[in-house]
Ligand binder design. Structure first.
Ligand code: NAD
Ligand code: DAU
Length: 371
């Protein structure tokens, strides 16, 4: 018999990629998605498996412990993979409350439900996997060694602090109650279905739409980028062979400065437009349609408050202990991502038509929105 998974946040970027990945590789398993469909959740991201009898979608909130308990019982869930969160640093700066409510309160509500059903109930074998971030470790200097699993927590944004708090709660439920937990702390993901408030899809779509590309501060901040399917494979490795109570860092060994990344994306898109003249006709506002390079859209804007300068991951533990290494190179991952956004215009248009447009306007005074 297969595993029975509850995936929270399965209509979000990484959660949806995980559900698609899991169903394609685990034919015996059942997947129940619990998602509140906030601005970041999109059922269209699961369209390819909407009719799959192994998938059930539940529109609900992780903070609702009763709903979660009922799902764990009625669906006989043995594996909970927890993605649901408020995930965008800029939003956490403008409105931290939702981050505390969902990331801290929501994670605690899930832990309480898991304890009630799994530990105080039938005592069945179980796993609670918590998906976290490298941002809990704070910011590195240029010569600092990368974050490992023993690096001291030093979160700098309300988002990072809320994730750090949730990591501590997960750990405490293991130490105190014996809940079988694992945690993974991952670096920046990119790939299909990413909400266009995040740097890579924002840049791609702004080029296609001829909008300015905001680069915060001097653009020399460094992030470590990982293709989203590699993150899903890393979580799979932890679910398969990770040791309860342990944490695993997942990263791409791929440190890139923001400005270099934006320029690379611009050049890759310019090359795509040059190779395929139909693209300029389809995206008439793009610089390529006027014979200009995409880089002409880059604008240096005010820096993000508390902006972390550099993230880097030491992924040695998961490589040694679980044999996990990313498959995609940055080049192959970026090409797949660009192809996906070019081929899925209706997906990102539907996202842009929603609350995100309103947010962009309030954030940047309409600067990046063409009505
Ligand atoms: P996302 O913002 O794209 O998706 C979050 C999902 O959670 C959405 O579908 C949303 O509807 C759902 N959700 C939010 N509040 C909820 C609630 N109260 N109840 C139920 N569902 C709710 O996020 P993402 O980028 O896919 O990130 C997923 C997880 O991975 C997060 O926990 C994030 O901290 C972590 N993470 C993200 C990255 C990254 O680069 N995106 C890197 C490392 C870790
Ligand atoms: O490191 C993992 C984290 O990566 C995850 O935990 C978060 O959920 C995820 O959002 C991401 O956080 P970042 O803040 O690193 O991602 P973001 O795409 O918002 O920004 C990436 C970098 O680009 C960051 O240094 C800020 C910068 N940036 C971002 C935006 C949106 C810009 O310069 N301009 C922009 O418009």
């Amino acid at each position: 018999m297969g595993r029975r998974l509850l995936v929270t946040g399965g209509a979000g970027f990484i959660g949806a990629n995980f559900v698609l990945y899991w169903l394609s590789r685990h034919p015996e398993d059942r997947v129940v998605v619990l998602d509140a469909l906030t601005y970041a959740g999109n059922r269209a991201s699961l369209a390819a498996v909407a009719d799959d009898p192994r998938l059930r979608f539940v529109h609900g909130d992780i903070r609702d412990t009763e709903t979660v308990e009922a799902l764990l019982r009625t669906e006989a869930i043995d594996t909970l993979v927890h993605f649901a969160a408020e995930s965008h640093v800029d939003r956490s700066i403008h409105g931290p409350d939702a981050f505390i409510d969902t990331n801290v309160g929501g994670t605690h509500a899930l832990l309480k439900a898991a304890r009630a059903v799994w530990l105080q109930g039938d005592g069945r074998p179980h796993r609670f996997h918590h998906v976290s971030t490298d941002e809990v470790y704070g910011s590195l200097g240029p010569e600092d060694p990368p974050f490992n699993e023993r690096t001291r927590y030093a979160p700098n944004s309300p988002y990072a602090a809320s994730k750090a708090a949730s990591d501590h709660l997960v750990r405490a439920y293991h130490r105190t109650y014996g809940l079988q937990v694992t945690t993974s702390n991952c670096s920046n993901n990119y790939g299909p279905f990413q909400f266009p408030e995040k740097l890579i899809p924002l840049t791609l779509i702004n080029v296609l739409e001829g909008r300015e590309i905001p680069v915060y501060g001097d653009g020399r901040q460094v992030r470590d980028w990982l293709y989203v399917e590699d993150h899903c494979r890393g979580i799979e490795a932890v679910l398969d062979a990770g040791i309860p109570g342990e944490t695993y860092n997942i990263g791409g060994c791929n440190e890139v400065r923001n400005l270099d990344l934006v320029r690379t994306l611009c050049r890759l898109l310019d090359a795509r437009f040059e190779a395929d003249p139909a693209l300029a006709r389809r995206h008439g506002r793009s610089p390529a349609a006027r014979g200009e390079p995409a880089e002409s859209l880059i604008r240096f804007v005010k820096d993000r408050p508390g902006h972390d300068r550099r993230y880097a991951i030491d992924a040695g533990k998961i490589a040694r202990a679980l044999g996990f290494r990313p498959i995609e190179t940055f080049e192959s991952g970026l090409r797949k991502t660009i192809d996906w956004y070019l081929e899925h215009e209706s997906w990102w248009r539907s996202v842009l038509d929603g609350s995100y447009r309103h947010w962009l306007k309030t954030q940047y005074g309409g600067q990046f929105v063409n009505d």
